[in-house]
Design a protein around this ligand. Structure first.
Ligand SMILES: [Zn+2]
Length: 250
């Protein structure tokens, strides 16, 4: 049975996974005797059908079974192995140090939302420092400086929406109160609060780095087209001046 409407977590490509593109089965664990619980390991492996991606998705489960090897469908434990955690793939033109803080914040969010939020705040500070060159001792001072520069049009690359997104997050629970402390102070947060910080990082990556890259690419292409036209004009002009002979007639 093909898997309908599967969305690749690496590239976001939605697809119907055909039989030759996935492997979904249980393997029976044979250990212990009849007084013990019986287990099986379930695995789902999928290769993305997007030609530019073709990455391996791998998900494992531990399930109980009965003595006749009949596996109970709802798992005891699940492991999302590949991709690791909830991190979305990020382009390589974003500084590696920011990506690694982001990846790690995603990786540990379930086991330690506190540590995840700490890394996420450090990542947000890193973005403001790297992208805008604003560096102060506290994150809140950096955000205020950023707002000032956007309002006074010293920074024109972004709109007030980015500031609004940061402000919106500041209004949430403990995160807001602790934005005023040093980013290395560990704060008590719930998973959903840590999740919101991660989403803010994704928004900032997209609205700042990705948007800037696309803008630069557009300009680069425009320039290439203009340069080509220019070169064509020049060679036409030199041909008209008798620079090259017409091809011989057969
Ligand atoms: Zn993919």
């Amino acid at each position: 049975m093909p898997i309908q409407n599967w969305e690749c977590p690496y590239c976001g490509h939605a697809q119907t996974v055909t039989d030759n593109k996935f492997d979904d089965r249980y393997s029976i664990i044979r250990a212990g005797d009849k007084h013990d619980e019986y287990f099986a390991i379930g695995r789902l492996a999928i290769i993305c059908s997007n030609e530019e991606c073709r990455k391996l998705y791998l998900h494992l489960t531990l399930n109980s079974r009965n003595s006749r090897d009949e596996v109970r469908e709802d798992p005891i434990v699940t492991w999302q192995l590949l991709p690791n955690g909830i991190a979305k793939p990020q382009p390589s033109y974003i500084p590696q140090v920011l990506i690694s803080d982001y990846n790690e914040a995603c990786l540990i969010i379930n086991n330690s939302p506190k540590a995840s939020a700490t890394l996420a705040r450090r990542c947000i500070q890193g973005i403001i420092r790297d992208f805008f060159g604003i560096s102060k001792s506290r994150l809140i001072d950096e955000i205020n400086e950023l707002r000032k520069q956007v309002e006074s049009k010293q920074i024109v690359e972004i709109t007030g929406e980015v500031i609004e997104a940061i402000d919106h997050v500041r209004e949430i629970g403990n995160i807001g109160a602790h934005m005023e402390k040093d980013v290395n102070v560990i704060i008590d947060v719930e998973i959903d609060e840590a999740q919101i910080l991660i989403e803010l990082i994704e928004t900032l990556f997209e609205d700042l780095y990705v948007a800037r890259y696309k803008r630069q690419e557009r300009l680069r292409k425009l320039k290439a087209v203009a340069d080509n036209k220019d070169a064509a004009k020049k060679s036409a002009a030199s041909a008209a001046a008798g620079g090259s002979a017409p091809p011989p007639q057969p």
